[in-house]
Design a binder for this molecule. Structure first.
Ligand code: GDP
Ligand code: IMO
Ligand code: MG
Length: 430
């Protein structure tokens, strides 16, 4: 029996959706444990593309999917995602999808505050996805949030909304010179969401535990990436939740002894959306080539992703922070055709080498990457399905990543499709 956590190791968009969809075949329950619809996870099955923002990426494999208590949920977005999946012929009944009664609700004032805060701090803006994620987690931490359990109690919900609206409207209008929200409108629209979503709401800790006791396998789907973690990432240029594997426990109500493996997803290069330091970022033609060939545009906001070489300083950081047992390296096909491929092995700060990721952004933003150069490959590798069949230079690139991170590469992705994958070791196979 195996319970696997999948996390992003870089700054998000590593291809988690694809790998979760692939491995969900071997799982019975797929759970998301943090984040909200700031995430955009893409799956391509038989040439058809699906993007999920809230529903776990196991839904296409017909598995039971769970929205964990660590998530922040915009109910309007969730309902439209459920409708989109139903339209595509996918079963999204309450048998298939469970929502934690403890998950927090993103409210209209959270979205307005997200936008207003970004607007007000032009110089130091984070470049958020504007989905209300930060303000919702702020309310959770300050114990003013509204959870699904609170939505189900109509009278109590109305009271909570009125109290919250009074405070938020003061900030919105007086501090941010923005528009106020209407408590009555929120109460009415969220009443509709209550009717639609109530059948899905349950105690997911009990549900998952029962499943595990009956021998079911669980896949925990992380969103964002290790370096967007609120504690361990490039603070303040991070998201507002813990994205590392440890939060798979807090965000679902499972104990740590149940987790058997942790797979870290890493692109064969690095990308980042939004603001914040990025030591291996490329500003030249190679960066542009990778951006174009990799179609590096955000699945949530459509923003152009910044691109750069793979960075093993951050990958080693991810190995330690997540207890990674293996890597899945994605988008390896995108590097095909480059004469030379670089791997960052360390940083140099004020002329001295640094091998650990610095917490101080003043240091990090002045770090220069130290590169090792490897010869590229000309062949199109997207039709290859066995490691042995990869060109020698491609194999050497992967072996170098393994050596520099002291972690095995278990899976290699050579295209967006579910089948465009080389599996050397399936973490569910034990
Ligand atoms: P996630 O947020 O980590 O799930 O990643 P996204 O879905 O935001 O971004 C990854 C993008 O790369 C999506 O458009 C995927 O379809 C695509 N993708 C995933 N794996 C591969 C791969 O191996 N090769 C190519 N060319 N594209 C891939
Ligand atoms: P997936 O799950 C890439 C980034 C935003 C911004 C910062 C804070 O698809 O990998 P937020 O809206 O969370 O307050 O924004 O985090 N960000 C992501 N970048 N992939 C994501 O999710 C992201 N979710 C948030 O661009 O820099
Ligand atoms: Mg994404």
């Amino acid at each position: 029996m195996a319970n696997i956590v999948i996390v992003g190791t870089q700054w998000g968009d590593e291809g988690k959706g694809k790998i979760v969809d692939l491995l969900a075949e071997y799982a019975d329950i797929v759970v998301r444990f943090q984040g909200g619809n700031n995430a955009g996870h893409t799956m391509v099955v038989d040439g058809e593309e699906f993007i999920s923002h809230l529903v776990p990426s196991g839904i296409l494999q017909g598995k039971t999917c769970v929205i964990g208590n660590g998530m922040v949920v915009d109910p309007e977005v969730l309902i439209s995602e459920i409708d989109y999946l139903i339209e595509k012929g996918i079963d999204v009944s309450p048998e298939r999808l469970k929502i934690s009664e403890k998950a927090h609700l993103i409210m209209p004032y959270h979205k307005k505050l997200d936008a207003a805060k970004e607007e007000a701090s032009r110089k130091q803006r984070i470049g958020t996805t504007g989905r209300g994620i930060g303000p919702c987690y702020e309310d959770k931490a300050s114990r003013r949030g509204i959870r699904f359990i609170g939505l189900l109690d109509a009278g109590g919900f109305a009271e909570k909304v009125r109290t919250a609206a009074e405070e938020k409207n003061f900030f919105l209008t007086q501090f941010y010179s923005s528009d106020a929200v209407s408590a009555d409108e929120i109460i009415s629209s969220y009443g509709g969401y209550r009717d639609r979503l109530a059948p899905y709401v349950t105690d997911i800790s009990v549900f998952i535990d029962r499943g595990v006791r009956e021998g079911r396998q669980v896949l925990f789907e992380g969103a964002q990436g290790t370096h967007l973690d609120i504690d361990h990432g490039t603070y303040p240029y991070v998201t507002s939740s813990n994205t590392v594997s440890g939060n798979a426990c807090c965000g679902t109500g499972m104990g740590p002894k149940q987790i058997t493996d942790v797979t870290g997803i890493a692109k064969a290069y690095t990308t980042r959306v939004g603001q914040g330091p990025f030591p291996t970022e490329l500003f030249d033609e190679t960066g542009e080539q990778i951006q174009k060939k990799g179609a590096e545009f955000g699945a949530t906001t459509g923003r152009r992703r910044r691109c750069g070489w793979i960075d093993t300083v951050i990958l080693r950081n991810a190995v330690r922070l997540n207890s990674l047992t293996g890597f899945a390296i994605t988008k390896l096909d995108v590097l095909g055709g480059l004469e030379e491929i670089k791997i960052c092995t360390a940083y140099k700060y004020q002329g001295k080498p640094i091998s650990e990721f610095p917490a101080d952004l003043n240091v990090l933003s002045r770090c220069e990457p130290v590169y090792e150069s490897l010869p590229g490959w000309r062949e199109d590798i997207s039709n290859i399905r066995r490691f042995e069949d990869l060109p020698e230079n491609t194999k050497n690139f992967l072996k170098r990543i393994e050596a520099l991170t002291e972690t095995p590469v278990d899976i290699v992705s050579v295209g967006p499709g579910r089948n465009e994958t080389i599996v050397m070791k399936n973490p569910f196979a034990g």
